[in-house]
Write a protein that binds this ligand. Structure first.
Ligand SMILES: Nc1ncnc2c1ncn2[C@@H]1O[C@H](COP(=O)(O)OP(=O)(O)O)[C@@H](O)[C@H]1O
Ligand SMILES: [Mg+2]
Length: 293
């Protein structure tokens, strides 16, 4: 029995509604709450990525994706991963299971940095330009992403040899502006703004912070907290230890950012006070960005 058949058999049992429509090829990613598969649609052989999410969080993400798709319909947003359809399994002993059928991308930005190391200024700037424009559209649609990081940016090569399109992905932590998260520390520590970490306050400026940290990672290939004990940070965050506000800035290696202008941009995007932090418009008008627009 080959690998594919084994995968299919297990999934047939657990996810009959999905397997009826799609042939799963292999697992290509995932985390605690999800598994992502490469799959082919049985009706026409078209290839997709399928993100299977479990439990109440899965339900939340699935609903959000559906709403996002509706609110962005017609905008032809190439900076987002195309959402094809949602498949829901009948609740069974495995709990609530939803499948998000998505456009298949080539890899994540995290994979790219792992493979290539530091990205050059032009590539990093092009990534930030594309993501800032997409995030602006997302914010205009009243949605805050809340979990921007290299693993949540997917790269799609239109054709071999062409520059890839970076896409904002994984809206599993996203929230509506009118109903934001109110919980400290939801998201990923390395890319989390101080207002989210300490006050549970998620605003559009928190996404700019995440984008600034992402730019730092592109240019240096270092994550903001290379040696951080996450448990300790979490404990201190719960105690609302204000010294955590400077945590990122103290841990970052500013000297490894190649140019002064790029450093100033990252500093503006990671201002501790969200009121003084660069807006996305200001990011796109920055002199370092303008060189590559
Ligand atoms: N549409 C896709 N195309 C290709 N790979 C994907 C796709 N969606 C997710 N992945 C891979 O799976 C990983 C986890 O997906 P993600 O949506 O971030 O799930 P989680 O909510 O578990 O973090 C990504 O970092 C990426 O490597
Ligand atoms: Mg993710």
């Amino acid at each position: 029995m080959d690998y594919h058949t084994v995968l299919d058999e297990k999934l047939c049992e657990e996810h009959p509604a999905l397997v009826e429509k799609y042939k799963l090829e292999k697992s290509i990613g995932g985390g605690g709450q999800s598994t992502v598969y490469k799959a082919f649609r049985r009706s026409d052989g078209k290839v997709f990525a399928i993100k299977t999410v479990h439990g109440p969080d899965g339900l939340f993400e699935a609903r959000l994706m559906a709403m996002l798709e509706v609110s962005l319909k017609g905008l032809d947003e190439q900076g987002l991963v195309h959402f094809e359809q949602l498949i829901r399994e009948e609740p069974n002993q495995y709990g609530e299971v939803y499948h998000l059928v998505l456009e298949l991308c080539n890899c994540s930005l995290h994979d790219r940095i792992k493979y290539k190391g530091q990205l050059d200024e032009e590539e990093s700037a092009k990534i930030v330009i594309a993501l800032a424009k997409t995030l602006k559209r997302v914010h205009d649609n009243e949605i805050i992403h809340c979990d921007l990081k290299p693993a949540n940016v997917l790269l799609k090569y239109p054709r071999p040899g062409m520059f890839y399109v970076p896409k904002v992905s994984d809206f599993g932590m996203a929230c509506w502006m009118e109903d934001p998260w109110n919980e400290c520390g939801a998201g990923t520590w390395d890319y989390m703004s101080p207002e989210a970490m300490l006050d549970g306050c998620y605003i559009t400026a928190s996404d700019v912070w995440g984008l600034g940290m992402l730019l730092y990672t592109c240019l240096t290939a270092i994550c903001p907290f290379p040696n951080m004990d996450v448990e300790v940070v979490f404990k201190n965050a719960r105690k609302r230890d204000r010294s955590l506000r400077n945590l990122h800035h103290n841990s970052m290696d500013w000297d490894s950012i190649p140019s002064l202008s790029a450093r100033q941009l990252i500093q503006g995007m990671t201002e501790l006070d969200p009121g003084r932090r660069f807006t996305l418009e200001k990011v796109l008008e920055h002199e370092w960005i303008k060189k590559y627009l």
